[in-house]
Design a protein around this ligand. Structure first.
Ligand SMILES: O=C(O)C(=O)Cc1ccccc1
Length: 307
């Protein structure tokens, strides 16, 4: 098994990957961005890729939402939730007051903006492909790095050449990021009873109530949504798809039935996977949407049709 992840070593994404049973002893190949990680799975260079998908403070990671909704099909097979704490690192001798450019991933910058405004008000953000990439660039002057970087504490621990100027600089102490493990389509992860299903649903155009019709498919079957966000398809202004997570597995009759309904409304709906929830929380399933209720309803109709 070969895993890839948003690298280099020391990213929060690597921390998420290391939580996967067996990943510590498997081949792990860092990718320089989310698209490269997904492409490595598509072309068979890697079997699975860990990528960030959403943060409790900054919201969705659009590169991931878009990459998985377009191009050859990929499937989410697992999720991991990782608590996030940030440190500020620099080359030894740097004073916080001298810092003008702080390099880090956009999601990390968004979560430390308040701290930066208070402690390094003259500093601007220098975008890096990941927190670890921004920090390691400090050690390579040829890469025209910033004056400091925001990264995970592990990067500083593994690189004593970097000095830690401040710890725990995130604006929201309880911040967590959710990561997904994606693979090529294959056998579905088995239903556990505490699962999520993800879909990308293009919004039918010029149709009043189209979003309502999509949501109705879930509401009518007692299915709870845990995330919904709209993304432009990139085709033209005003054309969107909805990236949706719901509680349940496609092997649950209520989810399968809701997906059939979605497909009728939006035939290019993409199934992105059914996989165990990181928190193990089981949904409350109302009596009229249990597997048994669906089976008995089907038998009733079949009985009538069979005469
Ligand atoms: O850059 C990283 O370390 C990542 O894994 C992406 C990220 C960035 C900021 C918060 C959570 C994840």
């Amino acid at each position: 098994m070969t895993y890839t992840f948003l690298g280099p070593e020391g990213t929060f994404t690597e921390a998420a990957l290391l939580k996967v049973p067996g990943a510590r002893d498997a081949a792990r190949v860092p990718a320089s961005n989310v698209n490269a990680a997904m492409d490595a799975v598509r072309d068979g260079t890697a079997d699975a890729a860990m990528v960030p998908i959403e943060n409790s403070v900054e919201g969705g990671v659009t590169a991931t939402l878009d990459a998985i909704a377009t191009g050859p099909d990929l499937r989410i097979v697992r999720e991991e939730v990782v608590p996030i704490t940030f440190v500020l690192v620099a080359r030894p001798g740097t004073r916080i007051t001298d810092i003008r450019r702080i390099s880090t991933h956009g999601h990390a910058w968004a979560q430390c903006r308040g701290w930066a405004a208070a402690h390094a008000p003259d500093a601007v953000h220098l975008a890096a492909s990941s927190t670890a990439a921004g920090a390691l660039a400090l050690l390579d002057p040829a890469s025209r790095p910033g004056d400091a970087a925001i990264c995970a504490p592990i990067v500083a621990e593994e690189h004593p050449e970097l000095e830690v100027l401040a710890t725990d600089i995130g604006d929201n102490p309880g911040a967590v990021t959710r990561f997904i493990l994606v693979a090529r389509p294959g056998a579905l992860p088995p239903r556990t009873g505490a699962d999520k299903t993800s879909v990308a649903v293009p919004l039918p155009e010029d149709r009043a109530g189209a979003l309502m019709e999509i949501l109705e498919q879930f509401a009518a079957r007692g299915v709870n949504l845990s995330r919904i966000e709209s993304r432009p398809t990139g085709r033209y202004l005003g054309h969107y798809f909805f990236s949706i997570d719901v509680d349940g597995h496609i092997q649950d009759a209520r989810i399968a039935d809701a997906l059939r309904g979605l497909h009728r409304i939006s035939p290019h709906t993409r199934f992105l996977g059914s996989y165990p929830r990181a928190d193990g929380a089981r949904p409350v399933v109302k009596d009229h949407v249990t597997d048994e209720a669906f089976a008995s309803a089907r038998e009733w109709v079949e009985g009538i049709l069979g005469g």
